[in-house]
Ligand binder design. Structure first.
Ligand code: HPA
Length: 251
């Protein structure tokens, strides 16, 4: 199984409801163990439309890992070790502002980190060199632009820009928390955007987020009393994801 160069052109990290990449062919399975431990599960490497793509399910293929227990460092280090240089993170999110209703796809350009207690740097171990990476633009500009161009070429609607707020989970947010996040400037809310994006920058990987809006965040939709159910989340992710293989192949 190979493309022309044998190099992985893109690594995709799948979020809630996205445990495999449809249309991946001639799949080889890798079980890497990194200096940070084991990733969430196997890395599947295969051909998508002739391009070599790696896929890793962030929560594990059976969704066994809550957001705060994911070994984000091992996941990225595993993809890095396989030679991936570009990482597309698929993140299931709630929508806060008007452009981001259920089933919308977005490619945010900013983020705010509300998570706590997660290992958020590769400088954790005693003796490691301390790095202070620039993170003013948290997603790699060239990869974001490539994602937006790929969506356009594939005929997949995608909102360009927006601010992703990363919360601790696994519970969803209160209405007051979402109201505060809106005041802070967040458009989207999810539980896995950080520390992943920061670690990718520390490891020198290109990284962009493709956010899949599964629901209105608490109190953000037309019905302020709406209760968010897992079934709604999964149904909306499934519906919104139909164009993803096309978009990724185009990318
Ligand atoms: N909040 C946080 N994370 C999420 C949500 C939400 O409303 N929906 C899907 N992931």
């Amino acid at each position: 199984m190979t493309n022309d160069t044998g190099a992985i052109e893109l690594a995709v990290i799948g979020g809630t409801g996205l445990y495999q990449l449809a249309d991946l062919r001639d799949v080889e399975t890798h079980q890497p163990v990194t200096r940070y431990g084991a990733p969430s599960g196997p890395v599947r490497v295969g051909l998508l439309d002739g391009h070599l793509v790696a896929f890793l399910a962030r929560h594990g293929e059976g969704h066994s890992l809550p957001p705060h227990q994911i070994n984000y460092r091992a996941n990225l280090a595993a993809l890095d070790a396989l030679g991936a240089r570009r990482v597309l993170a698929l993140n299931t999110v709630g929508g806060i502002t008007a452009d981001f209703g259920p089933r919308v796809l977005g490619c945010p350009d900013q983020l705010i980190d509300y998570t706590w207690g997660r290992i958020s740097t590769i400088c954790e171990e005693p003796g490691t060199e301390v790095v202070h990476v620039d993170f003013g633009e948290p997603y790699t500009r060239s990869l974001r632009h490539a994602v937006i161009a790929a969506a356009a070429a594939a005929g997949v609607a995608l909102v360009d820009g927006g601010c992703y707020g990363a919360t601790q989970g696994p519970r969803l947010e209160t209405r007051a928390e979402i109201a505060r996040m809106r005041r802070d400037g967040c458009d989207l809310v999810g539980m896995t955007g950080m520390p992943e994006a920061g670690l990718a920058r520390e490891m020198g990987l290109d990284y962009a987020c493709l956010a899949i809006v599964a629901n209105w965040a608490a109190g953000a939709g037309p019905d302020p009393d709406e209760v968010i159910t897992l079934q709604d989340v999964l149904d909306n992710v499934a519906a919104a994801s139909s164009g993803l293989p096309r978009l990724i192949a185009s990318l």
